[in-house]
Ligand binder design. Structure first.
Ligand code: DGL
Length: 275
């Protein structure tokens, strides 16, 4: 599909929410070339079982490595939570021993630990991510005394996808989702889903001002920059043409229009099949 020697930074998401993260990555690191894949045909991932998300994620990994991604970032929290560890520990050593797949959970967790003073951290995410318990596991690993409170927010992805972020109903829904976390006295809130960064301003209006919001779209680019500094052997292989390619498993007007909105300029999407 693309010339052999080009090495891309791969960014994978269940759909187009990850384009928001990609936009910030490209802003921070414009020199590299990127390969974005959204599995729109099978999204949302947040309501699927762990086993299915693992199978889908594996197919995405195959597709992206075959098409010259040097490494892949799972911008999708659900894939980062349900599939990443198994892919890193079992699939890559067997199939791609020299390749890396990175997630968004650890960068968010590390930033939250640094920012939190009272060590009470709130997480909002999809049902799948909350059930995986991955955020709790990773937070406790770094800071065993930490208190973590999670709330799944299944209505927020459709709200963003329908462009309803400023409606009165959204305000009420957000208040309901955030109230239990506020009541626990959290001082840091992780937005553990690709789409929630789009709602950051609305969330900020509802939570008290001394709660720090950790938005992955802001954290991941900085962490990626550090990663590339620490790994010159990877950085050296990357194509430096500043091009972004978009692929999706389904071609819908929604992907192109919302994707363009999330990316900040018009995108051209090509349809691909993973299985
Ligand atoms: N990209 C997913 C995530 O970050 C949200 C959308 C979905 O459920 O597929 O968890």
């Amino acid at each position: 599909m693309l010339k052999n020697k080009q090495k891309f930074i791969g960014v994978f998401d269940s759909g187009f929410g990850g384009i928001n993260t990609l936009r910030k990555i490209v802003k921070e690191l414009p020199v590299y070339s990127y390969f974005y894949l959204g599995d729109t045909a099978r999204a949302p991932y947040g309501t699927h079982s762990k086993e299915i998300v693992y199978e889908f994620a594996k197919q995405a990994v195959d597709f992206m490595f075959v098409n010259n991604c040097e490494f892949i970032i799972f911008a999708c929290n659900t894939a980062s939570s349900d599939a990443l560890r198994k892919i890193q520990q079992e699939y890559l050593p067997k199939r791609y021993p020299n390749k890396r797949v990175l997630g968004v959970v650890i960068p968010a967790v590390e930033e939250a630990i640094v920012k939190s003073r009272n060590k009470k951290i709130g997480i909002i995410a999809t049902e799948g991510t909350v059930q995986s318990g991955v955020f709790i596991k990773e937070l406790v690993k770094i800071e065993p005394k930490i208190k973590v409170f999670q709330n799944p927010c299944p209505l927020l992805v459709p709200i963003v996808e329908e462009g309803e972020q400023n409606s009165k109903a959204t305000k009420i829904i957000l208040e309901n989702y955030l109230k239990p976390l506020k009541n626990k006295g959290i001082d840091t809130l992780i937005l553990g889903c690709t789409h929630y960064g789009i709602l950051e301003n609305q969330i900020r209006k509802i939570i008290v001002s001394n709660i720090t919001i950790i938005s992955e779209a802001k954290v991941v680019p900085k962490k990626l920059k550090d990663y590339l500094k620490k790994h010159p052997e990877i950085e050296r292989k990357l194509e430096k043409n500043g091009v972004v390619h978009f692929y999706s498993t389904d071609l819908t007007n929604k992907f192109t229009s919302l994707g363009s909105k999330f990316f900040g300029k018009k995108i051209k999407v090509q349809k691909v099949s993973l299985n």
